[in-house]
Ligand binder design. Structure first.
Ligand code: SF4
Length: 410
């Protein structure tokens, strides 16, 4: 008798290896079609049932938020066992959870090496506010760009996160906050009084999301899927330093809200602050913003502007900013700079920031001054715990709230 096995799928190959238990394919982050394909490929679901089973799993994974096949009660015991033998839906390891006195939470997650040679750690930050809870998600470990005011930019890129790892940050945060049906919110947790605990997500953590476009796109399409996590695209913001071609793709293929790390109104200065500007100068960036689909006063682009003393904070700069953004439905986030060890920049005086904000406001733009959150747990800082632990308290304070750029802040 001969036995033939279909080894064309990763799942089927993985199941044959002795370390299969430790190396199961994760179902998190697969599209519906990929999910169905994986089930058929593993030989545990007949092709004609695949779509139905994929929808069933989708509901358990993204509506009910289960992380153990054993809890999928409307699936037979046999199939649950098969699923468990071939696949994983486990959450990542939480190395640490820190909770600020203002309710901000920061998690340090550890993911497997995946070609990076060692496990990687990234941070995700939850910021509760009146009426909303925002999760700041990382897209890369480190960053290839070297924005001169950003501390994360001093960490070399280790690797891109996968769609699974991007989604895992959202799923695990919702676990921890009791944000799935039939789950309890931890006693004393500061969360919005009504509705979802995680109502908004921002791709503003470590890394440049548009340099990891495919994985970010896949994860955000799953996060906004109406039959699953169902986050409205108006509640998802992607922040970029200005990767122009992918801004067009973001508009066409994703349609989420856009934020731009702007920080300067002329190319000479922006070349220094945000070096990717040398590749995609301001005129190209602004053109891509103007062309972003669906812009209106209710759907504005957010421009992040870090306030650097005597660098970009004069009223002439404010005037130039208003001129540059003319005609674009925009909101301008002013970010007081918090110096970190080794930086040459200083934060603008408070009075200067207020005058700057007033000028922009009078020109018709919302211009909130962003206040640092989670100062006591370094939640605004892009440093991994391993590094932050080595810092003396005085350095930590200097590093706090480095909410620079709209990324590098997780
Ligand atoms: S601001 Fe963003 S793109 Fe620039 S170095 Fe920091 S993390 Fe990278």
């Amino acid at each position: 008798m001969t036995l033939s096995l279909d080894l064309s799928t990763h799942a089927a190959r993985a199941a044959l290896r002795p370390d299969a238990a430790a190396d199961k394919t994760s179902l998190i982050g697969l599209s519906r079609a990929e999910l169905a394909e994986a089930l058929v490929g593993a030989g545990i679901v007949p092709e004609k049932q695949a779509r139905m089973r994929a929808s069933q799993l989708w509901h358990w994974l993204y509506v009910r938020g289960v992380s153990d096949f054993a809890h999928m009660f409307n699936i037979s015991k046999e199939l649950r066992a098969d699923l468990d033998r071939h696949f994983s839906i486990a959450r990542p390891e939480i190395v640490e959870e820190q909770i600020s006195t203002d309710g901000t939470r920061k998690w340090l997650f550890r993911f497997p090496p995946r070609g990076a040679g060692r496990p990687v750690e990234i941070e995700t930050v939850y910021i509760p506010e009146e009426g909303r809870g925002t999760l700041c998600i990382s897209s890369q470990v480190g960053c290839t760009l070297t924005c001169s005011f950003c501390h994360t930019g001093t960490q070399k890129l280790v690797r891109n996160l996968t769609a699974e790892e991007i989604l895992a940050q959202l799923l695990t945060a919702r676990d921890k906050l009791g944000d799935f049906p039939d789950r309890d919110t931890p006693a004393g947790a500061i969360v919005p009084a009504e509705g979802r605990k995680v109502s908004n997500i921002v791709m503003m953590g470590m890394g440049e999301p548009l340099y990891n476009f495919e994985a970010v796109k896949k994860a955000l399409l799953i996060a906004s899927d109406g039959d699953g996590l169902a986050l409205s695209k108006r509640r998802i913001t992607l922040s970029t330093s200005g990767v122009v071609p992918e801004i067009y793709r973001t508009g066409e293929e994703l349609g989420v809200m856009l934020a731009i790390s702007l920080h300067a109104t002329n190319d000479d200065l922006r070349d220094l602050l945000v070096p990717i500007n040398k590749k995609f100068p301001l005129d190209q960036l602004i053109e891509a913003c103007r062309a972003y689909p669906g812009l209106s006063n209710a759907r504005r682009i957010t421009f992040e502007y870090v306030m650097l003393k005597d660098v970009n904070d004069s009223l002439d700069d404010a005037r130039a900013l208003v001129k540059l953004l003319k005609g674009i439905p925009a909101k301008i986030n002013l970010i007081p700079f918090n110096p970190w060890p080794g930086t040459n920049y200083q934060c603008s005086d408070w009075e200067t920031i207020e005058k700057f904000a007033d000028f922009i406001n009078n020109a018709g733009y919302a211009s909130p001054i962003r206040t640092p959150r989670g100062r006591d747990i370094l939640a605004a800082c892009g440093q991994l715990k391993s590094e932050s632990e080595r810092m003396r308290k005085v350095d930590r304070l200097a590093l706090e709230a480095m909410m620079i750029a709209g990324h590098g802040e997780a």
